[in-house]
Design a protein around this ligand. Structure first.
Ligand code: FES
Length: 161
């Protein structure tokens, strides 16, 4: 499978971090970096990562099935995750989620018609101390408010104008 030179370098860098016999530890980051380029995890990618990490395709499939950040359907250029688990819920996460779905006109794991933004309601983004939390790609936004969320979505949408 051929990737852009940037993605290929990321895959090789991550692969080189793990000693022989422990290459399986590179499965998740490899899938995530490749997903960044492809927008989703394809069957071809599963086979590629299995071969590179010296595990079976079934083992890679199990990882893909377990982790919600790995998507078998094409996500938007910006994948926005809104946490509604307990810490965020208590700090307004549900209101943020409702506001975002209304503003974008899409729901959980759906993509805007222009393919720019996909949305996901997540159980915990691992940033409970800074709740409520919204994540855009790998970028965390803490102590989120509806105003700050609108600014984030505005900035994403302005980038393509
Ligand atoms: S509950 Fe939202 S980040 Fe943990």
């Amino acid at each position: 499978m051929t990737f852009t030179p940037e993605t290929e370098k990321r895959l090789q860098d991550i692969w080189a971090r793990y000693p022989q016999g422990r290459k399986r530890s590179a499965v998740i980051p490899m899938l995530m970096y490749a997903q960044d380029e492809l927008g989703m995890v394809t069957q071809e990618l599963v086979a590629e990562v299995a071969q590179r990490c010296e595990v079976s395709p079934l083992q890679v499939e199990e990882v893909v099935g377990y982790y919600s950040m790995l998507n078998k359907q094409k996500m938007g250029k910006h994948h926005v995750q809104v946490c509604t688990n307990i810490a965020c819920l208590l700090m307004g996460g549900e209101e943020l989620w409702q506001h975002t779905t209304k503003r974008l006109g899409i729901g959980h794991k759906q993509v805007t018609a222009d393919g720019l933004i996909s949305l996901e309601e997540v159980e915990c983004a691992g940033a409970c101390s800074w709740a409520p939390c919204v994540v855009d790609g790998y970028e965390y936004h803490h102590h989120m408010t509806i105003e700050k969320l609108d600014q984030l979505l505005d900035s994403i949408q302005k980038k393509v104008q």
